[in-house]
Design a protein around this ligand. Structure first.
Ligand code: HEM
Length: 507
């Protein structure tokens, strides 16, 4: 008996020593890179435990260290090093060199399959060749009618809130951007209630929460363990709701395209009854690709549809919210924007056309400044599939790199002494501000956002419609934030609305 206790004890000790020496060897690879105080085996894991508000504080703390030392930072999630980067030179190198994403992205694969965001590198390389040109300026110009219609509908919805106490505006924004993405990129002109539903909205938010919950619970990272948990069961239920939406969209799309073909075949007889969209939708392009390439499966198309819904909806709605938040607490900025709109539109509430968008320079500066300080996605990750030499450090193969958008956008080094001040005018000066690789809301390098032109067009259109008729008020002084994958305010997306004075006079 004593002997077996002795053997077991010795064995345990040997395993600990082995693990400890492996850990030391691994940690030595990152010697010189700042980190937080480490515990044996768990590294910084204990510092990551907490809610999503705590995660935001950790990111803020890391940002301060990186800025002060002008260096990288390594966070040890147990045995797994996560290398945070925010210096423009490092960001450029990392995002241009690596296209693989770390296993954290697999947590979204049940939902987004091999769509562009979650696809492994070899699939992404094939997909991006086909899809990189799907949101060019000329394609996005074709969406302008939908953007106007959705913006007008949003104004009508927001007018019902005039005079109320501060309210959470995200619901209105999310529905407007979801309908827009279905009508534009996915080419479904009649959005029925079966598509944009409360059930979808709730399932979407819950999925994000469940993914972050898994992300911070390292014990739930292995699939074999996660599958046994109630969280997995709930995730699959939510994913089923979300997939029902993409299935519905695809069914409707096919039905509408068949109607268009039928009415085209009927020729002149039915002229004027064809209500299909005037542009080629992203989904048109996907279906054309499938006709040309038999290896392009229905599953792949569905994954891209789910991906485009996620990528083009929540991000735009969040960006719009922060823009309202900023103009709402800076009356001078809002008035200057209104003056610009008045110089373009006069008192007219006419639709916004692409020439107007080009003239809305202050409005664009407001959006850029908002995205700099409040990037809807506060960062992204890349997986180092080989060693990479940076100026100050060689990233070892196997490292998970986290690009810190939040930190890059607020860096004094990159943006100057007023980096933390909201000043849209910086975007209108002769020299473009900062360093392009420090302005990261759409990411940078390979695997950056392909929807930037879409985002800017819809954001400007919605802003023009809203600010021409409404006056926004908000409190951002004591804003508390959390990271729910997206950067979100803890107390909700609170805004107050008044009718613009000119509107009051008209009534
Ligand atoms: C303000 C709005 C937007 C922001 C802040 C934003 C941000 C981003 C970011 C940070 C990424 C990189 C994700 C990663 O590497 O993990 C990304 C990728 C992507 N975005 Fe956007 N996005 C916006 C709007 C849109 C829109 C409107 C669309 C489509 C209509 C879109 C489509 C995509 C796609 C397909 C990808 C994956 C690209 C790839 O991996 O090749 N985004 N976006």
């Amino acid at each position: 008996m004593l002997l077996s206790v002795y053997i077991a004890g010795t064995l345990f000790l040997c395993i600990c020593v082995l693990l400890w020496s492996l850990e030391r060897r691994e940690r030595n690879k990152y010697r010189g890179v700042p980190t937080l105080p480490l515990l044996p085996f768990i590294g910084n894991l204990h510092q990551a435990i907490g809610d999503t508000q705590h995660i935001f504080h950790v990111v803020e703390h890391i940002t301060e260290i990186c800025e002060e030392k002008q260096s990288l930072f390594v966070f040890w999630l147990g045995p797994c090093p996560i290398l945070a980067a925010q210096h423009p030179d490092d960001v450029k190198m990392i995002t241009n060199s690596f296209v693989e994403k770390p296993y954290f992205y697999d947590f979204g694969r049940a939902w987004l399959g091999d769509g562009l965001i979650t696809a492994p590198g070899y699939i992404w390389k094939q997909s991006i060749k086909k899809l990189s040109g799907t949101f060019t300026s000329s394609v996005v110009d074709g969406y302008q009618d939908v953007f106007n219609a959705q913006a007008q509908k949003l104004v009508i919805n927001l007018k019902t809130k005039v005079g109320q106490e501060p309210f959470d505006v995200m619901h209105e924004l999310a529905f407007a951007t979801l309908e827009s993405i279905c009508q534009t990129a996915l080419g479904v002109s009649n959005i029925s209630e079966s598509i944009v539903t409360e059930e979808y909205y709730d399932a979407f938010n819950r999925c994000l929460e469940l993914m972050i919950y898994r992300g911070v619970n390292i014990l739930l990272h292995p699939d074999a363990i996660y599958r046994l948990t109630p969280a997995h069961k709930e995730m699959m239920k939510c994913v089923a709701v979300l997939h029902k939406v993409s299935d519905n969209v695809m069914k409707k799309f096919r039905a509408e395209r068949n109607d268009v073909k039928t009415s085209e075949m009927r020729g002149n007889q039915n002229q004027g009854t064809n209500k299909g969209p005037k542009f080629k939708a992203f989904l048109d392009i996907l279906l054309e690709l499938r006709e040309l390439d038999p290896n392009y499966t229905d599953d792949q198309i569905k994954s891209e549809v789910d991906t485009i819904i996620v990528a083009g909806q929540e991000t735009v709605a969040t960006a719009f919210f922060y823009t309202l938040l900023m103009i709402g607490c800076k009356p001078g900025v809002q008035e200057k924007m209104y003056a610009e709109l008045h110089s373009i539109f006069g008192d007219s509430k006419r639709p916004v056309c692409k020439e107007d968008l080009a003239r809305m320079r202050y409005c664009e500066a407001i959006i850029n400044e908002t995205l700099r300080l409040y990037p809807p996605a506060p960062g992204v990750m890349r997986y180092a599939d080989r060693n990479l030499k940076l100026k100050s450090f060689t990233i070892p193969k196997g490292t998970i790199c986290a690009i810190n958008f939040w930190g890059a956008g607020r860096s004094l080094q990159a943006w100057g002494p007023d980096a933390k001040v909201y000043r849209p005018e910086r975007w209108l000066e002769d020299q473009p501000p900062g360093n392009p690789a420090a302005f990261l809301p759409f990411s940078y390098g390979r695997r950056a956002c392909i929807g930037k032109k879409y985002a800017m067009a819809i954001l400007k259109t919605m802003l023009a419609h809203c600010v021409r008729e409404l006056d926004f008020e908000s409190q951002a002084a004591n804003l508390k934030l959390k990271i729910d994958l997206a950067l979100r305010p803890v107390s909700g997306h609170l805004i107050q609305i008044k009718l613009r004075e000119t509107e009051n006079r008209c009534l």
